[in-house]
Design a protein around this ligand. Structure first.
Ligand code: MN
Ligand code: MN
Length: 473
């Protein structure tokens, strides 16, 4: 073997490059195994409600007790206790009580379980040209042209006038019908082709076809609409007025699938942000007795600004922590909750923009996250000069860097796009308001917010390992 030159040695010592997870993991089977579980998690929860219920189901199977039960029975909080709080079946908080008191601070991983989609309006059903259609209002940042001419499934709830709640899932079973939004044929798209990409398909144009057979009666108008209502009534016992109290979401139909001849990727709807929800859920389930109280947050409404009583901006988390503090301390005092919050550390678990060789111009290659290079830390998000961003402190990133390096976590730094190319935000700044140390940290994704997004199985695995190491500090 040739001796390495002095320069080569110096270069290895002084310069840095990111690793590929596949090069660093000998037992690749563990990566594939975890991703089989991940695909089921995706298939079992395609809306915030379904994901919340899936998380609660898994939490219960793993010995978690509901917070209200703990309060009702006035159970004393002890280290190792596993508790979950359910916020309206759209937002779940999981706690593993630490050896230290909660007031000393918590280690929190916070993800979101809502994804961009197409919501059905509150008075949606109409007939035009002997077709019945549903009016929609899209949710979150979708690129509208991506959501036409693909099979859609309807998920959600309808609450009848008597208060009965009907769960709806149509379009996921192989024998189910699916739904579709149409697009123009190229032969007649001369005018549409001249429009900007963002304007070719309009929001009010995203109407979903739901039926075309008329009800058998000659004397009435809107026979196709009536036939649809009749089918819905026979199947679910609902009437048109019941749409007013429904939350129905159209999402891409079908299951998560392996992508690539080497099966290295997962293609699915809703990686953003169920990939971070799944990896943090697995991490909190797998930790042993933590020193600090470990918290998994799975919130709703991130894609529309985190508002509302199921979003991160709501006081629900603070409330749940107050309840736990009250059960742990001799006497309750608000200051203790404030201390618990201020002493906490957070990984804001959200997806990063993966570098896409089809669109190299939107990212700075030196600072972009790459598919397969592991869990990604984003120091800041924001737009135009970091505006609106939680810019994580060096001291805190240094702690995370040490945790990752000491636990052989393959990690990388990633920036959300080139300067002035656009940008975005996460729940990071909301938790930072309490004085917590917060940094964005998650899985790089390709085609983010598209009906079918891509992640690397290696990154899913490494993100799970990273979150676990963070909890176990
Ligand atoms: Mn997200
Ligand atoms: Mn998003």
């Amino acid at each position: 073997m040739v001796e390495k030159s002095e320069a080569k040695k110096l270069q290895e010592k002084l310069t840095h490059s990111w690793n590929n997870v596949w090069d660093k993991i000998e037992d690749k089977e563990q990566i594939f195994r975890l991703n089989e579980e991940y695909k089921s998690f995706l298939d079992n929860g395609k809306t915030e409600r379904e994901s919340a219920n899936e998380i609660i189901k898994i939490a219960k199977e793993n010995g978690y007790i509901e917070l209200n039960e703990v309060i009702d029975k006035n159970i004393t909080i002890k280290p190792g206790m596993k508790i979950y709080a359910n916020n309206k079946e759209k937002y779940v908080a999981m706690f593993v009580i630490g050896e230290e008191k909660i007031s000393r601070g918590m280690n929190i991983v916070g993800s979101h379980i809502d994804s961009p989609r197409i919501d059905i309006k509150q008075f949606p059903l109409y007939e035009d040209s002997e077709m019945a259609l549903l009016k929609t209002h899209y949710y979150g940042g979708i690129r509208k042209y991506q959501w036409v001419t693909l099979p859609l499934a309807l998920h959600g709830v309808v609450i009848k006038s008597n208060g009965e709640k009907i769960n709806v899932v149509i379009g996921e079973d192989e024998s189910d019908p699916v739904f579709m939004i149409t697009d123009l044929l190229p032969h007649l798209a001369k005018d549409q082709n001249q429009k900007k990409l963002a304007e070719g398909i309009t929001g009010e144009g995203l109407n979903i076809i739901i039926g075309t057979i008329p009800y058998q009666n000659d004397d009435i108008k809107d026979k196709v609409k009536l036939n649809v209502l009749n089918i819905l009534n026979e199947k679910y016992g609902i009437t048109e007025e019941d749409f007013t109290t429904a939350e129905l979401e159209a999402v891409p139909a079908g299951k998560a699938r392996d992508v690539g001849i080497d099966r290295s990727l997962v293609g699915a709807y809703g990686h953003d942000d169920r990939v971070c929800a799944f990896t943090s859920l697995k991490a909190i389930l797998d930790i042993k007795q933590p020193k600090k109280t470990a918290v998994g947050l799975f919130v709703d409404k991130e894609e529309v600004g985190s508002m509302g009583n199921t979003g991160m901006e709501s006081k629900f988390f603070e409330y749940a922590v107050s309840e736990l503090v009250a059960l742990q301390e001799e006497s309750y005092c608000e200051l203790i909750t404030k201390r618990a919050m201020a002493n906490s550390r957070v990984l804001s678990a959200d997806v990063a923009a993966g570098f896409d060789p089809n669109y190299p111009e939107v990212l700075d290659k030196r600072n972009a996250a790459f598919i397969g290079k592991g869990i990604t830390i984003a120091k800041f998000t924001g737009v135009r000069g970091k505006s609106g961003s939680n810019d994580a402190n060096s001291e805190y990133i240094s702690d995370i860097r040490r945790i990752f390096n000491e636990n052989n976590i393959v990690w990388q730094m990633g920036e959300l796009g080139k300067v002035d190319q656009g940008g975005g935000g996460t729940i990071a700044y909301i938790l930072a308001n309490y004085g917590m140390e917060v940094v964005d940290c998650g899985v790089p994704v390709l085609s983010m917010h598209a009906p079918y997004e891509l992640v690397s199985k290696a990154d899913v695995f490494m993100t799970y390992k990273g979150y676990k190491a963070f909890y176990e500090v």
